[in-house]
Ligand binder design. Structure first.
Ligand code: ATP
Ligand code: ZN
Ligand code: MG
Length: 499
């Protein structure tokens, strides 16, 4: 790595009379402290121009110039103080960095602030007009990291996930070969409301609630999960800590509060609507604030502020809680999908926190409970696969080679006969169960009594997807539905007849 920073120290007064040769000759180890012998940053040249001291700093990866410049500032403040000169500000007209990439880019990339040039595996970063904050807050390191990540991603494009089958049920006989969403619409069980949102009438609601009760009776109660209510409007601080702020933007339903509550502020909007009968969304746009966050995407992150920065007593561990207090929303980019891919959906989410062994054990117990539910009660044809988004595998967040394979996500997938053959069609992920390791406990700085790092896990039961899977395999003739499910369902309500 080679760094070259042109920086300017803006001084409180003219410094032409000062002997900088002498001052800068006495730097000692200031620019090399912490670096191996002979390495460290060096002053390549300097020049005084009135109240501007211009310095060019060069270094390799040890004591990079954006670090060196602050060491220099401290030193110079002391020295110039003797001449009653202060340092007002630092800025950098230019900063050039040359480094060798981990992999050669397949096509060119861009990142904010920087102008990039690639020469095989060599990358040149050109930065201009940088302020102190830019240097101090290590933007440069993040830019380098981002470049490497973006290139790495080019190698995984198209390959979204690492996928490994770990268990598969035996094939079952199915009783339906059509898309259950269409059939439910035909029967007036459900109604599509634009934007991937559905109204569920009494019949499918009863089925989904029965499924929910099955999860409560067979999993939540026996494993001692307690209900909590997690907020559904999520602010940036949460997504910054959960990591979602890194990549979520294309799927968020944003949350924008009004600039003012004051009715006068809204008067012209109201008047416009009263006269035209159209909601003047352009005028509204000018009266709302920038997004403070978005609607729930993954269900558990907004629970974590409860634990943030706190030490959990051993007697409370493992924590086992669940939430079913509202919907999750994702912008799935329009189009009418079946109920299996909707913008607003219902999930039960279970979260557990504990020492690594407790978390691993809970994860295992949950999977066993699911196995009973799908095999004995819903009698589904399904499978489990270990999945890892490629970028996570690459970042080393999850080691896909790990023999123990305790940390990571298990997807539960079901066969949908209407999509084609078992072998060739895409199965539907109807839920997952993750052991998140220390991702959240570190992200939200949650401590244990003994100091040992806590872990956590979560699992989300997607009720729309359970319903879709069940009806796709069992069909609409209740004679073909599993006995145990029927026993729990009781009678279905009358549907609503339209004339
Ligand atoms: P997919 O790959 O199908 O988009 P995902 O990987 O985005 O799913 P996760 O983020 O793992 O899904 O969400 C966990 C669970 O939430 C899923 O297993 C599913 O039950 C439910 N879910 C996610 N997105 C939707 C959606 N758009 N509609 C209905 N349920 C959903
Ligand atoms: Zn979760
Ligand atoms: Mg998705």
């Amino acid at each position: 790595m080679e760094f070259e920073l042109d920086c300017v120290f803006l001084l409180s007064s003219d410094a032409r009379g000062i002997n900088f040769d002498r001052i800068l000759g006495n730097l000692g180890d200031i620019l090399s402290r912490g670096a191996p012998d002979g390495k460290g940053a060096k002053i390549d040249e300097f020049h005084v121009d009135g109240n501007r001291l211009k310095i060019k700093i060069k270094s390799t990866r040890y004591v990079r110039p954006h670090e060196a410049v602050f060491r220099l500032r401290k030193f110079l403040s002391r020295e110039l103080g003797k001449h009653r000169i202060g340092i007002r500000r630092i800025f950098a007209p230019s900063y050039e960095i040359k480094f060798i990439l981990e992999k050669e880019p397949k096509k060119s990339i861009s990142v904010p602030f920087a102008h990039l040039k690639f020469d095989n595996k060599e990358c040149h970063i050109y930065l201009e007009n940088l302020d102190e904050e830019f240097l101090r807050r290590n933007y440069v390191d993040r830019i380098i990291k981002l470049i490497n990540e973006k290139i790495e991603r080019q190698y995984y494009e198209g390959k979204e996930e690492y996928w490994e089958l770990i268990w598969q049920s035996k094939p079952r006989r199915h009783f339906f070969d059509k898309d259950p969403t269409r059939e439910m619409v035909r029967r007036n069980w459900i109604m599509h409301r634009g934007r991937g949102q559905w109204i569920f009438g009494p019949i499918p609601t009863k089925i989904m609630r029965t499924m929910e009760e099955i999860v409560i009776d067979e999993l939540i109660k026996p494993l001692n999960f307690n209900e909590v209510i997690i907020p559904k409007a999520v602010t940036w601080d949460v997504w910054k800590r959960s990591g979602h702020a890194k990549n979520l933007y294309g799927e968020i339903y944003y949350l924008c509060p009004p600039m003012k509550r004051d009715p006068e502020f809204w008067e012209d909007v109201i008047d416009m609507y009263r006269i035209t009968g159209k909601v003047p969304t352009d005028m509204i746009k000018e009266r709302i604030r920038e997004p403070i966050g978005g609607m729930t995407y993954a269900q558990c992150p907004p629970l974590w502020p409860y634990f943030q920065g706190r030490t959990i007593a051993d007697e409370s561990l493992p924590i086992r809680v669940f939430d079913r207090s509202g919907t999750s929303m994702r912008y799935e980019s329009g189009g009418i999908h079946g109920i299996e891919r909707v913008d607003e959906f219902h999930r039960i989410e279970m979260v557990w926190i504990g020492y690594p062994e407790q978390v691993r054990k809970t994860h295992g117990e949950i999977i066993e409970r699911y196995r009973i539910i799908f095999n004995k009660i819903l009698e589904l044809e399904w499978r489990m696969a270990r999945v890892t988004p490629w970028f996570m595998a690459q970042e080393g967040i999850i080691n896909v080679e790990d023999k123990e394979k305790v940390i990571g996500t298990i997807d539960f997938e079901a066969y949908l006969p209407y999509r084609g053959s078992r072998e060739e069609s895409e199965w539907l992920e109807f839920q997952n169960a993750s052991n998140n390791g220390d991702k959240y406990t570190r992200g939200f700085n949650v401590k244990s009594q003994t100091g040992e790092q806590l872990h956590s896990g979560c699992t989300g039961v997607g009720l729309e997807r359970w319903l879709a899977v069940f009806l796709a395999q069992k069909g609409f003739d209740m004679d073909n539905w599993p006995k145990e499910f029927l026993r729990r369902l009781g009678n279905l309500p009358e549907g609503i007849r339209f004339l």
